[in-house]
Design a protein around this ligand. Structure first.
Ligand SMILES: C[S@@+](CC[C@H](N)C(=O)[O-])C[C@H]1O[C@@H](n2cnc3c(N)ncnc32)[C@H](O)[C@@H]1O
Ligand code: SF4
Length: 260
């Protein structure tokens, strides 16, 4: 997402400094490498405008002066940041001593070269969206190669260990739905295997209902939404939380307020 109002030069940016919010979100790419989209990714399923917009050279030039002064900069929107030609250039223009920089990614395109570049550019965190602890469930939801993304994340962890660095922090997330809610415990084991420091469990955003087919699997959005008040769901999350704690992994949820 772009900041909409700016005059596009450094003095304009300085003038704004006092009123800058603490978080800046930039959609570094609106393209995605998963076709058709993940079954729950309704913005990509319904909004074709998201298919081909990227940061142009001129937009990038105008954006650079505004990259300073934020506590956090997030570099994803409704696309895959690893496809964005400007991702590395954005990192080069952010003050890495003062600003926490992160993005969500499907991780499928993460090469060794990129992993090394993110380490040397001091990227703070990558939040890998996996939604599954097994290749079958991953294939149903994300339509992609589970082993490929698992291998890519493990390689990043291996390089971090070799170089003895703790950044980028590896976070892994699940958007919980009926199809994957039984895998939260196994997901914590997977997170440990991947070297993750944080696990995020989220929920499907409320939206209008639709149905998509992925082979034999029929995904009905409203039928897939979980009821966080059900004791079974609560017990599974609490069990996952306890396991994560025993592994020294932080587990964060979007929904603890619903039942605590
Ligand atoms: C749209 S993706 C863009 C970044 C990247 N392509 C990825 O998959 O992480 C951003 C986040 O939204 C999540 N997401 C996708 N569809 C969602 C939905 N219907 N409700 C809640 N989160 C969703 C994804 O799992 C991901 O963590
Ligand atoms: S990888 Fe991310 S942007 Fe692409 S379809 Fe899946 S959730 Fe949406």
């Amino acid at each position: 997402m772009f900041m909409k109002k700016h005059r596009g030069n450094r003095s304009a940016a300085r003038g704004w400094a006092g009123s800058l919010p603490s978080i800046l979100e930039i959609e570094s790419s609106t393209r995605c490498n998963i076709h058709p989209p993940c079954v729950m990714c309704y913005p990509r399923i319904f909004d074709k405008r998201h298919i081909s917009y990227d940061i142009s050279d001129s937009a990038f030039e105008r954006l650079v002066p505004f990259l300073r002064g934020f506590k956090t900069i997030s570099l994803h929107g409704v696309g895959e940041p690893l496809l964005g030609g400007k991702l590395m250039a954005l990192l080069d223009n952010i003050d890495r001593e003062k600003t926490w920089v992160q993005f969500n990614s499907n991780g499928l395109l993460l090469t060794e070269e990129m992993s090394r570049a993110f380490i040397s550019k001091k990227l703070s965190m990558i939040d890998f969206s996996l939604d599954a602890a097994t290749r079958e469930t991953y294939r149903k939801i994300r339509r992609s190669n589970f082993d490929l993304v698992v291998g890519n994340i493990k390689r990043l962890t291996r390089i971090k260990q070799e170089l003895e660095v703790d950044r980028p922090v590896i976070k892994v997330n699940m958007t919980l739905m009926k199809e994957n809610e039984s895998e939260t415990g196994a997901f914590v084991d997977l997170a440990r295997e991947l070297g993750a420091g944080i696990i995020h469990l989220g929920l499907l955003n409320p939206t209008e209902n639709y149905e998509v087919r992925n082979g034999e699997f029929v995904f009905n959005y409203h039928d897939q939404m979980v009821d966080v008040k059900l004791p079974g769901f609560r017990a599974a999350v609490n069990e996952a939380r306890a396991k994560a704690q025993s592994y020294g992994i932080e587990l964060v949820t979007e929904f603890s307020g619903y039942y605590t």
